[in-house]
Ligand binder design. Structure first.
Ligand SMILES: CC(C)(COP(=O)(O)OP(=O)(O)OC[C@H]1O[C@@H](n2cnc3c(N)ncnc32)[C@H](O)[C@@H]1OP(=O)(O)O)[C@@H](O)C(=O)NCCC(=O)NCCS
Length: 439
């Protein structure tokens, strides 16, 4: 290629507050408009950044918001007022979509193909994961679930050859014998069983996450990353469905709706368990209290070649120094961050012990706890301001949110390396390592 790899920095990152899926404050808001507004705000608050320097805009989403389907990223570019000459693309790596987009933009900058770009994450989850969609009965024979996916070959079923180097426990045969289309909730239960985690351990983790979020919110820490939006209050009918013909009053939306200040162990202990099975005669432990909610939301990160950013006098949040993505057995989906982070650490050339701050997507308490333990990272460094249990997890929007959050927290705490990591629905993990600009 004849070019040296260049350093890439995050110039700025921000997001909307995350609303509750189907019944939250973003239901009556077009997400193309909201994404454009967040992007525009980031550009405006960095006056030294010429919008024409954003050469490529990627948008990661799992695909549930119809206003963002097809060329949604291009529509957002136009609505944000960027030049028509800015290129655009869409990405779908399920929950890892906007982190994947961020990697792609960063890699293009690294190899010198572009000088700057933006990663957008957007999701409207509705009532169900992925926004629901039509039932199997409404689908033609090319659209229905492919039953052949229920079978696995010997290689797919057998533990990975390097299993013992990555995970501290064997995966129970009774779970590996299950088809690889487990619900996300079931994968959380499976991980809890493999690692022998009790309901109380999971609930305590959730209580602590809400507590930390409350403290951080009151200190204004989330005010730095949340870009407040004026949104229309959705009007719902008696069954909780949005009545789009009715127009509600405009309100300021600047706080994540997943946060429940009253969360305590007693309340969580009293929640019923969710419809999952134990395949090893263990306690059923997964509840709405120790699972992330379903959400709507937007995240944006603007990246640039470090030399260009500094030349312009910008003050970047952090430098991107490592990426990793890896697959795991689908039934243990939540453990994806372990191999993905190992790859990212290798890519960055550092050890887990050198990580100062971690933003770990809390899809479920059940997967964060063993993943952090197996990575050998001190839990005190993880989600110090709370995590996705209170913040929410609008699938495709989470990745860029995690990277922005950890970059800011690194700057706040004076650490050197930060890790953003998350599990991915099909059975994967994705990780990004950032480094403080002081190094
Ligand atoms: C877990 C899940 C099924 C719950 O959905 P839900 O039932 O609509 O969730 P709710 O917010 O209504 O919570 C259910 C109950 O738990 C209670 N609850 C939830 N969190 C609570 C908390 N922190 N403190 C107290 N009560 C809480 C609610 O108040 C509600 O109680 P109610 O039924 O008496 O009103 C849904 O959020 C989900 O699917 N989450 C996972 C999403 C996912 O898989 N993402 C991808 C991961 S890879």
């Amino acid at each position: 290629m004849g070019k040296e790899l260049r350093n890439v920095v995050i110039v700025d990152a921000g997001r909307s507050a995350f609303g509750r899926g189907a019944r939250g404050k973003l239901v009556a808001t077009r997400l193309d408009d909201a994404a454009a507004q967040v992007l525009r705000e980031l550009i405006e608050r960095n006056p030294k950044l010429d919008p024409a320097m954003i050469e490529d805009v990627g948008m990661g989403q799992v695909g549930s918001a119809s206003e963002l389907a097809g060329i949604g990223s291009d529509n957002v570019k136009k609505l944000a007022g960027l030049p028509q000459e800015t290129a655009t693309f869409q990405t779908n790596r399920q929950c890892g979509s906007s982190m994947e987009t961020l990697h792609r933009i960063a890699q293009s900058i690294m190899v010198g193909a572009i000088d700057g770009g933006a990663s957008i994450g957007a999701e409207r989850m509705g009532r169900q994961l992925g926004g629901g969609g039509s039932s199997q009965e409404d689908r033609n024979r090319n659209e229905v679930y492919n039953e052949k996916l229920l079978n696995t070959n010997d290689v797919q079923r057998a533990p990975a050859p390097n299993h013992d180097d990555i995970f501290s426990v064997p995966f129970p045969d009774a779970i590996l014998d299950q088809p690889t289309n487990a619900s996300m909730l079931q994968t959380a239960q499976n991980v809890a069983e493999a690692y022998g985690l009790s309901r109380q351990t999971l609930d305590e983790f959730a209580v602590e996450s809400h507590r930390k979020y409350g403290v951080a919110f009151d200190k204004g820490i989330y005010g730095e990353e949340i870009i407040s939006l004026e949104v229309e209050t959705p009007v719902f009918d008696d069954e909780g469905n949005w009545v789009s013909a009715e127009v509600g009053e405009m309100i300021t939306f600047d706080m994540d709706e997943g946060f429940r200040p009253s969360t305590n162990l007693e309340a969580l202990t009293n929640l019923r368990t969710l419809p999952v099975e134990s395949y090893t005669d263990s306690e059923v432990v997964v509840t709405a209290g120790n699972s992330c909610p379903t959400n709507d939301g937007i995240s944006v990160a603007i990246m640039m070649a470090e030399d260009k950013a500094l030349e312009l006098g910008l003050e970047p949040l952090a430098r991107i120094v490592g990426f990793g993505v890896a697959g795991v057995k689908q039934q243990f989906m939540g453990l994806g961050p372990i191999p993905a982070t190992r790859k990212a650490l290798d890519n960055a050339g550092i050890d887990a012990g050198e990580i100062d701050r971690v933003e770990f997507n809390e899809a479920f308490s059940a997967q964060v706890i063993p993943s952090i333990a197996d990575l050998g990272i001190d839990m005190d460094k993880v989600n110090v301001n709370g995590g996705s249990l209170p913040i929410g997890h609008p699938l495709g929007a989470t990745g860029a949110r995690l990277v922005g959050t950890v970059a800011r927290e690194l700057r706040r705490s004076g650490g050197r390396y930060g890790l953003a990591t998350q599990c991915i629905g099909a059975g994967m993990g994705i990780s990004t390592i950032v480094e403080s600009m002081d190094n």
